[in-house]
Write a protein that binds this ligand. Structure first.
Ligand SMILES: Cc1ncc(C[n+]2csc(CCOP(=O)(O)OP(=O)(O)O)c2C)c(N)n1
Ligand SMILES: [Mg+2]
Length: 376
């Protein structure tokens, strides 16, 4: 029997506004009205400002570890703009710009990184989940949301974000397999920023694209310029439509770059080449969008200065709200795990209340002395 090809495919790369400022009129036609492009640019600038200030808050001891989002703003924002507020955004930790657009108040993410759990108590009317720090877990949660939506006969979808590193986790493969085989409305967006901390993408993915990982599960797959807001809106809109109407998942690989360190606990200069960074700075999504607006005479230096001032004041208020939140009730750390707390927990609750924690010998596993030690 002759050999025949049973599978043949290719992966498209989508770009609308490229790094040289060239705009594809055909692909970009009616994609985003000018007024919205301005609002989206203003939002990106404000979020960049917050990102820079968050870095300084960590450096001055006012916040814990923080992962900067700088350089990756277009990917999550384009997606958030393309979906509905009733859809779920299930993210990791470099999607602040999209989450704020989707409705999450900005101080929540600061509170999260300040170690305050109230930053994870998402308001009821905002359809997003707390930031997922264990790499990859959130993709499975997204599949749960999309399955629930289909099961109830609703048309909400779930859009999940993860990194290139996360696409090597078992969680991704389980989520993708489940979603494709059960026909679930999930959009998988991999932000390939070239690095998983100090591990370059090419040593944990031997295939030429990450997008093709989705092919194995029978999904539509596409690679997109993740620093191009227009291209992101285009591919996510198409994927959302496919999810809503056909209940089919899509895998989108958004090619981007993190311009900062992995987190404030990292120093990327130790493993990343300075030249690579300089090249990607030129592809900054903010520079690109500003250039687009200026070329259409929709933006100028005066508007930029006014925006920078506005952003400064918005960010100042956000930080004030995060830092002036009332102290939480110490009992909160005991009260939300069990319907009926076990005795040991109740004992800890009581000892904490009387400030005796660490002084009770039985808590330290030491036997209680029969007589008090003499003090000479
Ligand atoms: C399950 C798990 N394993 C390891 C880590 C440690 N860790 C934190 S971030 C990271 C790399 C993630 O890389 P990627 O998915 O590409 O996301 P990026 O940080 O580049 O946005 C690792 C290994 C973790 N948080 N969770
Ligand atoms: Mg990465």
């Amino acid at each position: 029997m002759p050999i025949k090809t049973v599978f043949n495919t290719s992966i498209d790369y989508v770009s609308v506004l490229d790094e040289h400022g060239d705009f594809d009129e055909k692909l970009g036609k009616d994609l985003i009205p000018d007024d919205d492009v301005i609002r989206l640019y203003e939002h990106m600038v404000t979020c960049r400002h917050l990102d820079e200030i968050a870095f300084k808050l960590q450096r001055s001891g006012r916040m814990g570890t923080y992962p900067q989002n700088m350089g990756q703003e277009a990917a999550s924002l384009g997606a958030a703009y393309a979906i509905r507020k009733t859809d779920w955004m299930v993210t990791c930790y470099r999607e602040n710009t999209g989450l704020y657009w989707h409705g999450l108040p900005m101080e929540y993410i600061l509170l999260h990184w300040m170690g305050d759990e109230r930053g994870n108590q998402i308001p009821e009317d905002v359809r997003c989940t707390p930031l997922a720090i264990p790499i990859g877990t959130q993709m499975l949660h997204a599949v749960g949301f999309s399955w629930a939506s289909k099961y109830r006969g609703e048309d909400d979808i779930a859009v999940t974000f993860f990194g290139d590193g996360a696409s090597s986790e078992g969680d991704f493969h389980e989520a993708a397999n489940f979603s494709a085989n059960l026909d679930l409305p999930t959009v998988f967006i991999c932000q390939n920023n070239k690095w998983a901390i100090s591990v370059p993408t090419k040593i944990q993915c031997s295939a030429p694209t990450i997008a093709q990982r989705g092919l194995a599960y029978g999904m539509e797959c596409v690679q997109v310029d993740g620093n191009d807001l227009f291209a992101m809106v285009k591919v996510v809109r198409e994927a959302a439509e496919r999810a809503r109407k056909e209940h089919r998942p899509t895998f989108i690989e958004a090619v981007t770059y993190r311009l900062g360190d992995h987190t404030t606990a990292d120093d990327a200069r130790r493993y990343r080449n300075a030249e690579e960074l300089e090249q990607w700075k030129l592809r900054d999504p903010l520079i690109r969008l500003r250039g687009y607006l200026e070329s259409k005479k929709l933006w100028d230096q005066g508007k930029q200065e006014a925006l920078d001032k506005r952003a400064e004041s918005i960010v100042g208020e956000v930080i004030h709200r995060a830092e002036s939140i009332a102290d939480s009730d110490m009992n909160d750390i005991f009260d939300h795990m069990f319907a009926k707390a076990p005795d040991e927990l109740l004992r800890q609750r009581e000892t904490l209340r009387t400030s005796s924690i660490g002084q009770d010998p039985s808590q330290l596993g030491a036997s209680t002395p029969s007589t008090a030690p003499s003090v000479s």
